[in-house]
Design a protein around this ligand. Sequence first.
Ligand SMILES: [Fe+2]
Length: 254
Amino acid sequence: MKLAVLSDIHGNLEAFQAVLDAIEHLRIDTVISLGDNIGYGPDSEAVVALIRARKIASVLGNHEMAVKNKHNLAWFNPVAQTALAIAQSQLSDASLAWINQLPRYRVTAGLRFVHGAPPDSAFLYLFQLPENKLIQKLAQSDESVCFVGHTHELGIISWDGTRLEKHPPGPGRYALDPDHKYIINAGSVGQPRDGSAGAKFVLYDTGTRELTVRAVAYPFEKTQRKIIAAGIPRMYADRLAMGTDPSKVKGTNQ
Ligand SMILES: [Fe+2]
């Protein structure tokens, strides 16, 4: 089975459409979103409508969790709360109903899909976990590969039963060892924080265990204009050009 795994689209319709265009001819069997489909970007409603129209399976991100239960809003900083309130005001009843029925995790083809950290957290960041906790999670996992998002940065964590290795992959192909367990961070489609502007996502072939990391260019200037016009805090527009950290800019066409 060939899967495309997308995460943290964050209401960025231009980035999402560029990713869908990039995978259109790849004979992908299943597209899965790891959540945070909404918030920060200007098109939360349009993104959810397109996910539903394409019948893309999703799990709950922390942004969907806040829409589902307002008590979760306290987790967010005030600027993020402002952006999320604007996103929520856009959502139709049908989109809210769709969000309310999303699961915290999915298991498909022997793979686990969750927003933050296995087994089922939408809020926990991988970087908050010390090495012994990561190993514990990998050891306890029934699945050999778990896909996560949430940090908006690509990552591969592998464990061979004794040694844990972490590295941030660039675009390219990676052969996963059948004897190792993995946590793969799919990065972010619509709000990358990895120092480059391209929309990030991954492909995975369960037959060959080949992981492909992709970054596609999209017209982020258009998204920036829409963010500013919608009254969403400007930092979410500025970030799109630089992937958060200006010192790490690698260009905009990866
Ligand atoms: Fe996110």
